[in-house]
Design a protein. Structure first.
Length: 87
């Protein structure tokens, strides 16, 4: 993970963090639209997008891992260097 993505670890930084990860804000906006987190106008978050935007990078990683494994988020440990959560 680069220094650039480490800048955007907090809440309400969903677009900025993804833009830093993919290297392009327009690509990040398209991805968020495809995921259903951003409306077609490219600026308005959907209800699901507002939920994700209200999470930190750690909370989102734990949420992803919990959904894929069925393990409660409280049992997961976050690794900020890889932006992943594990048991």
């Amino acid at each position: 993970m680069t220094q650039e993505t480490q800048k955007f670890m907090g809440k309400h930084q969903l677009i900025d963090r993804l833009a830093a990860q993919v290297g392009n804000r327009d690509v990040a906006i398209r991805l968020l639209q495809q995921r259903g987190h951003l409306m077609a106008d490219g600026t308005t978050l959907t209800p699901e997008g507002r939920k994700r935007d209200g999470m930190t990078a750690e909370e989102r990683a734990k949420d992803r891992a919990s959904k894929s494994t069925g393990v409660p988020t409280s049992k997961l440990t976050y690794n900020p260097k890889t932006n992943t959560a594990r048991r």
